[in-house]
Design a protein around this ligand. Structure first.
Ligand code: SAH
Length: 592
C-alpha cells in the first residue's frame, strides 16, 4: 500500500541531481523495497533510469498512475501533462520541486495525497511546502482524502461538509480516525457537524461526513447458485451477479455500507471460478482465498477463521445463502487476508519502442508484482514501478523460467513473463504451456493464465518497409538449436517452391555461422536473383536500420541475430515515390 506513493523523480540536468538524491533517500531509507529511482535526460546526466524526451516520459509515467516529482519549472510540467488532464478521477500526485530544493509545489493529485507528499518532501528539504488547497491550509490535512483502507461515502457530501467548516463551523469526530489526530480541525463535542467513521451505511443526513473503514470481509461458500457447487459447474453469466446479490443482502441486513467491504473471501478450491472474480470486480474489492480445515468449524464462517489473522466479530453466518460477514474494529489490509489467486500473464513487448507495445501488455506490467524474462527484455519493459521484483535469467533456460513463473504465481503473486515481439512467436508462451501441461500440480492449474499478443519483429519490419507480407507468407526460425537442420531445409524448400514470402527469425549467430548461407542457397534454387529482400535490424529500438536489396545482392555478412530477414515472393515489388525517393516494398494482394 505504502509503495503506491513512491514517486519517480525526474530531472533534466546535473544541477538537480543532488536534490533528487536527497528526495530519493527519503523514500528508500524509509522502505528498503521502495526502489525509488531518479529518471534523467539521456546524454545530459547519468542517474538510475534514462529517458529521451521529457514530455513523452512524464506523460507515460502519469498515464501509468506513477507519482511524479519533477525537478524543473512548474510550467514545464504543467505543459507536458496538460493533454492528459481531462479525467480528474485517476490523477496520480504530481509535484514540481526547485532544482536547489528551495520550493516544493504540489500540482495535481489532491485526492491521491499530493499534499502529504509535498509535506514529507518539504520537511526533508527543510523548506515550507507551497500548499494551495484551502481546506488543507486551514486544517493541516485534506479531510476528503482519508488514508488507504478508508473510503469517503460520498464526494458531494464531503465537499459540502468542508465548505461548511471553511465557513466557520466546527465538528465532532465519532469513531476511530487516527489520521485526524494531528489535524487542526475546529472541534467541539456539541458541534452540529460530525465526521463519522463507521462501517454502517450513511443514512443521508446532511450534517455528517461519513468515512467507511474497510473493516468487513464477506466469505462466500460455493461459486454459483447452490452453495458448495464445484468449480466450473453451471458457470453462467448470472453466477457472479447472484453472489453479489447474496453479499449485498447480508450487508444490508446489518446496515453495512458496501464501501466498508475490504475483500471477498472464498474457498481455495474455487480459485479458478470466473463467477467469483466477476463478483469481486463488481463489488470493487480484492478476491482472496482460504483453505478450510475441519477444526475451523462450519462453513461459511470457517473461511473467515482460516483467513483472518486479526480479532474480528462474526456478524453474519447464513448457511442457507452461504454468506458470512466478519467485522473488525479497524480497517483490514486485504493483503493480509488469506491469499490471492496467482496470475501469470505472458506478454510480448513488441519490437522495442513503447508505442508499439499493446495497452493490455502495459496494464499487465503495471499490475505485476514479479517480472520474469531475459534481462535485455526486462530492461525494455521499464521503467518499472517501485517495489516490483525482477527475476532476470539467461535466455537459454526457457523451461526453467516457465516453471519458476508458475511457482511464483501459484503462491499468489502476479507474475508477468516478458518476451520481445509476440510471446507466441518463437518465444515464451509455448514454453509456459508446455510446463503447465507437464505439471500435475493443482495449484499451477488454478493460476490465472493469460497470453497477451505483441507486434512481432516480422510485422514491425514489414510495416517500415511497406507491405511485403501483403499476401501469403510464412515465418521460419533458422535456429537449429531446438529442431534438426534437415527439417529447416525441408521447410525452406517447400516454402520457396510454394512462392510464399518468408520471414526469417534467428537468421544467424556466432554458434550458427553457416546455416544462413545454406538456407539462401536453397531459396535461390527457386527464386530469381532479382527477388526483393528486406532487412530490418533493431527495428523499433535505438539505432534501428532498414535495408532493401535483392536476393542476388544479399550476403550472410549483412545479417546478424538482431536482424529480421524478409525474402519476397515472385510478386513482391519495390518502387520509389515522390521527389525524395521514398522506397516502398509490397506484395500485391492478387495474382494474375
Ligand atoms: N518473439 C519475437 C521473436 C523472438 S526470436 C517476435 O515475435 O518478434 C528472435 C529473433 O527475432 C531475432 O533473431 C531477430 O531475427 C528477430 N527480432 C526480434 N526483435 C527484432 C527487432 N527489433 N528488429 C529486427 N529483428 C528482430
Amino acid at each position: 500500500m505504502a509503495r503506491l506513493t513512491v514517486p519517480a523523480i525526474v530531472i533534466l540536468g546535473a544541477g538537480a541531481l543532488a536534490t533528487a538524491r536527497r528526495i530519493q533517500a527519503l523514500y528508500n531509507d524509509r522502505d528498503a523495497d521502495a526502489n525509488c529511482q531518479v529518471h534523467a535526460l539521456q546524454g545530459r546526466v547519468d542517474a538510475d533510469v534514462p529517458y529521451t524526451e521529457l514530455g513523452a516520459h512524464l506523460c507515460e509515467l502519469y498515464a501509468r498512475g506513477t507519482p511524479i516529482v519533477a525537478l524543473c519549472a512548474a510550467g514545464i510540467v504543467i505543459r507536458c501533462i496538460a493533454p492528459l488532464l481531462s479525467n480528474k478521477g485517476v490523477e496520480p500526485p504530481v509535484l514540481a520541486v526547485a532544482e536547489d530544493g528551495s520550493a516544493v509545489v504540489p500540482l495535481l493529485g489532491g485526492l491521491a495525497g499530493v499534499n502529504v507528499m509535498a509535506r514529507e518532501i518539504a520537511a526533508a528539504l527543510a523548506v515550507p511546502p507551497a500548499i494551495t488547497t484551502s481546506g488543507e491550509l486551514r486544517f493541516g490535512t485534506c479531510v476528503l482524502n482519508p488514508p488507504d483502507g478508508y473510503a469517503l461515502a460520498d464526494i458531494g457530501q464531503g465537499k459540502r461538509f468542508v465548505s461548511d467548516l471553511l465557513a466557520g463551523e466546527s465538528t465532532r469526530i465519532e469513531g476511530e480516525a487516527p489520521w485526524l489526530d494531528d489535524a487542526q480541525l475546529p472541534r467541539s463535542a456539541s458541534a452540529r457537524l460530525a465526521i463519522r467513521v463507521t462501517p454502517r451505511a450513511w443514512d443521508g443526513r446532511a450534517d455528517e461526513l461519513v468515512i467507511h473503514p474497510r473493516s468487513v470481509v464477506a466469505a462466500v461458500m460455493g461459486a454459483g447458485a447452490g452453495a458448495g457447487a464445484g468449480a466450473g459447474a453451471g458457470a453462467g453469466a448470472g453466477a457472479g451477479a447472484e453472489i453479489v446479490a447474496r453479499v449485498r443482502e447480508a450487508l444490508d441486513a446489518h446496515s453495512l455500507a458496501p464501501l466498508s467491504l475490504a475483500a471477498l473471501l472464498a474457498s481455495s478450491e474455487h480459485m479458478a471460478h470466473p463467477a467469483l472474480a466477476e463478483a469481486a470486480a463488481s463489488l470493487n474489492v480484492p478476491l482472496r482465498f482460504a483453505q478450510t480445515r475441519p477444526e475451523h468449524g462450519e462453513p461459511p464462517a470457517n473461511l473467515l477463521h482460516a483467513a483472518l489473522r486479526i480479532p474480528y466479530e462474526t456478524l453474519h453466518n447464513d448457511i442457507a445463502t452461504g454468506v458470512a460477514l466478519a467485522l473488525a474494529p479497524l480497517a483490514i489490509d486485504p493483503d493480509t487476508i488469506g491469499r490471492a489467486r496467482g496470475r501469470l500473464t505472458v506478454i510480448g513487448l513488441g519490437p522495442g519502442s513503447t508505442d508499439l507495445m499493446v495497452p493490455a501488455a502495459r496494464k499487465a506490467l503495471n499490475e505485476a508484482t514479479d517480472i520474469l524474462g531475459y534481462e535485455t527484455y526486462v530492461k525494455m519493459a521499464g521503467p518499472l514501478r517501485a517495489g516490483q521484483r525482477v527475476h532476470g535469467t539467461d535466455n537459454r533456460e526457457e523451461m526453467q523460467r516457465a516453471r519458476h513463473a508458475f511457482e511464483l504465481a501459484s503462491a499468489g503473486r502476479s507474475v508477468v513473463m516478458v518476451s520481445s515481439g509476440d510471446p507466441g512467436v518463437f518465444a515464451m508462451a509455448a514454453a509456459v504451456l508446455e510446463a503447465l501441461e507437464a505439471s500435475q500440480d493443482k495449484a499451477w492449474a488454478a493460476v490465472e493464465l493469460s497470453i497477451v499478443p505483441g507486434v512481432s519483429a516480422a510485422l514491425a519490419t514489414a510495416a517500415q518497409a511497406g507491405a511485403p507480407l501483403g499476401h501469403d507468407f510464412c515465418m521460419l526460425s533458422l535456429s537449429d538449436n531446438l529442431k534438426p537442420w534437415t527439417i529447416i531445409e525441408k521447410r525452406l524448400r517447400h516454402a520457396a517452391e510454394a512462392d510464399l514470402v518468408m520471414a526469417f527469425y534467428n537468421p544467424i549467430s556466432r554458434a550458427r555461422p553457416w546455416q544462413l548461407d545454406q538456407a539462401l542457397d536453397i531459396v535461390r534454387a527457386y527464386r530469381a536473383a532479382t527477388t526483393q529482400v528486406v532487412l530490418g535490424r533493431d527495428i523499433g529500438r535505438p539505432g534501428g536500420t532498414l535495408r532493401t536489396l535483392t536476393l542476388g545482392e544479399l550476403r550472410s555478412s549483412d545479417v546478424d541475430m538482431r536482424t529480421m530477414v524478409i525474402v519476397g515472393s515472385s510478386r513482391t515489388r519495390k518502387f520509389a515515390s515522390g521527389t525524395e525517393g521514398a522506397e516502398w516494398v509490397y506484395t500485391p494482394r492478387w495474382y494474375e
